[in-house]
Design a protein around this ligand. Structure first.
Ligand SMILES: NC(=O)c1ccc[n+]([C@@H]2O[C@H](COP(=O)([O-])OP(=O)(O)OC[C@H]3O[C@@H](n4cnc5c(N)ncnc54)[C@H](OP(=O)(O)O)[C@@H]3O)[C@@H](O)[C@H]2O)c1
Length: 376
């Protein structure tokens, strides 16, 4: 068994880690290239589209469902009978999609049960507002899919109005706040699931809990640093979330890799790279192929049992589903318990919640968030 950093003898003077070591980087990049080159071979046992059971009993929220993986996820969940809430920043686009899908579905069964609600992850106030509206319905929520994400190419470091680096906010902070504030509804729907569409890129990510915005100057910011770090932060936060959720809540927490998928995620890449991207369809998944690990995580009957088992483990590691729908391990750095706990604490501070928010939300208490009051 690998020795974990938290077990390092206190006598060993630890040097503060300021990035991944080169062996970790080589391992991380080989995971990325392996996914790129072999994802189709590795997933050849999967059907496309992934067959789904009847989901008439489920209510699912899917963030970022106007494009790419989220769009395909929302459509397939709805066609399997689920009530799907498209949590999006562009509600007009979502309403147009709903209309289109209803027309295509017409004559095949009952009308699809879809609705659109506004959610802008670049605004933590919008997240609080969304949760207040949703929780006020007092309806059960069975599956929250944190799918929306950005990979904004370029060296320029952009910040949200809340003051956070944009990858960090959209890919990690806002989904974390959403997951926590929706706990009362997830408990109503339990057994329920929080599904985080993560990335193989977290294997090359590094998070300094004291410098999550990458502004200290110790590390040079690039979009790769921002993206991979935000995805690693999400895995670390999920590890702690899974461990802290009491067994009796029956809430599973899953992170997953969709594979390398041809979507709008590359919209900010230079034009010549986008052309090359589109010219290698053999290697790259279509959104229909790329949403299989999300759909698997949202519906596979074994997931809750697997998460229950992980919860009792000493090492708090959430389950990670690979693009070929298999349980795998997140990166070595994601196993760093000490850093994960500090990422949890720092995240709570940045999203403006008290450290005991999770426990209070589970008990049904009102919690003050700096970005708005959470109301039941
Ligand atoms: N494609 C890949 O190869 C790949 C690989 C690994 C992981 N992923 C992950 O998969 C997830 C889905 O990405 P995708 O590939 O499907 O990309 P995509 O086509 O660009 O879709 C991203 C979705 O996120 C939404 N979004 C972006 N910023 C938002 C904000 N501030 N508030 C609310 N929604 C916002 C977008 O909304 P708009 O339509 O309004 O822009 C869009 O619907 C992401 O988390 C991404 O990191 C993708």
């Amino acid at each position: 068994m690998k020795k974990m950093r938290s077990e390092t003898s206190p006598l060993t003077k630890k040097k503060k880690k300021e990035g991944l070591g080169w062996i970790e980087l080589i391992r991380g990049w080989s995971c990325v290239f392996q996914e790129f080159l072999f994802q189709r071979v590795m997933s050849s046992h999967l059907q496309n589209p992934l067959p789904l059971p009847s989901l008439n009993h489920l209510t699912c929220i899917v963030t970022g469902s106007t494009s790419g993986i989220g769009r395909e996820t929302a459509r397939q969940l709805a066609e399997a009978g689920a009530h799907v809430v498209m949590a999006v920043r562009n509600t007009k686009a979502a309403h147009e999609l709903i209309q289109q899908w209803q027309n295509e579905w017409s004559g095949k069964g009952l009308p699809l049960n879809l609705e659109a609600m506004e959610l802008d992850l670049l605004s933590l106030g919008s997240v609080v507002g969304f949760c207040n509206v949703w929780n006020a319905r007092l309806s059960p929520l069975h599956v929250l899919i944190n799918n929306a994400g950005i990979f904004a190419m370029g060296e320029e470091q952009k910040f949200s109005k809340d003051g956070y680096e944009q990858h960090l906010q959209v890919n990690h902070l806002a989904p974390s706040l959403l997951s926590l504030l929706l706990l009362p509804s997830l408990i109503r729907g339990s057994s329920s699931r929080i599904i985080n569409v993560n990335s193989v890129m977290h294997y090359v990510g590094f998070v300094d809990p004291n410098d999550m915005n990458v502004v200290s100057g110790r590390r040079k910011f690039t979009s790769l640093v921002g993206y991979s770090g935000s995805k690693l932060a999400q895995v670390m936060f999920s590890n702690v979330l899974l461990k802290r959720l009491p067994q009796e809540t029956h809430i599973s927490v899953v992170c997953l890799s969709p594979g390398i998928v041809l979507t709008n995620v590359a919209r900010d890449l230079p034009r010549y790279v986008q052309v090359q991207y589109a010219l290698i369809p053999y290697f790259i998944f279509s959104p229909q192929e790329g949403c299989r690990s999300t759909l698997f995580s949202a519906t596979d009957a074994q997931i809750p049992e697997h998460c229950e088992k992980l919860k009792t483990d000493d090492k708090p590691i959430c389950t990670f589903i690979s693009q070929d729908c298999k349980h795998t391990k997140p990166s070595e750095e994601a196993h760093n318990i000490e850093t994960a706990n500090r990422v949890w604490e720092k995240t709570m501070e940045l999203i403006g919640l008290p450290l005991d928010a999770l426990e209070r939300l589970i008990e049904g208490q009102e919690v003050q968030c700096r970005y708005g009051t959470h109301q039941e």
